[in-house]
Design a protein around this ligand. Structure first.
Ligand code: SAH
Length: 222
């Protein structure tokens, strides 16, 4: 890495600290993941700026601050099994992969998912499993194997009214789910802690802007 690239990384980490990210584990995971590998050619100059960027098919790679605050809200442990809904370009998955045991990630756009998987493999990230499916239904039973419950769940697209029930069901008791909820223009990032099979503690984190959660799998080309 040249000095200019290293400086850009350091500047972003300092910026995230100033904005209130206190977890050194989260900051160092963000520093380790080469964000430039996840953004398209025309956005390379902004790869280490604290901003969301387009990744095709009307989708975006989240702003680093939002990735950081969501990841921090999960209070990850190295033994955690994490479910992510909305793989997108795979950036959030890469950050999570450095902080937990394994990431199970679901994307509804088949071709975005294939590109993300390739990128993550090229970066030699091995502790993830990715599938194209409707994440609102949770992780499906595959070859009679059910991966639920998950210690943590992160949803990177917004639910209109409330989190999908299937995701609550797949969260372990004691587990945490971070998810944006609300209509476009009025979304709030929420953190749910599952206290028992049917009780949750809920906390609002910040206002956010995410693309909506949509049903079904899309085979739209990149
Ligand atoms: N975490 C991503 C950002 C995701 S943008 C990153 O780090 O780049 C939100 C993604 O959620 C989009 O790619 C969108 O296609 C996907 N999505 C929306 N609804 C979904 C659903 N029901 N199941 C799975 N993915 C979904």
């Amino acid at each position: 890495m040249n000095t200019q690239a290293a400086n850009k990384r350091i500047r972003l980490i300092m910026d995230l600290r100033t904005k209130g990210i206190t977890s050194t584990e989260v900051l160092s995971a963000i520093e380790r993941v080469p964000r430039e590998e996840f953004v398209p050619e025309q956005a390379q100059d902004q790869a280490w700026e604290d901003m969301a960027l387009p990744i095709g098919l009307g989708q975006t790679i989240s702003q680093p601050f939002v990735v950081a605050i969501m990841t921090q809200g999960l209070e990850l442990k190295s033994s955690d099994k994490v479910l992510e809904i909305g793989t997108g370009c795979g950036y959030q998955c890469a950050v999570l992969s450095h902080l937990c045991r394994r990431v199970y990630t679901i994307e509804r756009h088949k071709y975005l998912l294939e590109a993300a998987e390739k990128r993550l493999n090229d970066l030699k990230i091995r502790n993830f499993t990715a599938i194209a499916a409707d994440g609102m239904k949770g992780w499906p039973v595959i070859n009679r194997i059910s991966q639920a419950p998950f210690d943590k769940i992160i949803v990177t697209a917004a639910a209109r009214v409330k989190p999908p029930q299937a995701l609550f069901d797949q969260l372990a008791v004691g587990g945490i789910m971070v998810i944006p909820v609300g209509e476009p223009g009025a979304q709030v990032l929420k953190r749910y802690k599952k206290e028992s099979e049917d009780a949750f503690a809920v906390r609002d984190i910040i206002s956010v802007r995410f693309v909506p959660l949509l049903p079904d799998v899309s085979e739209q080309a990149l």
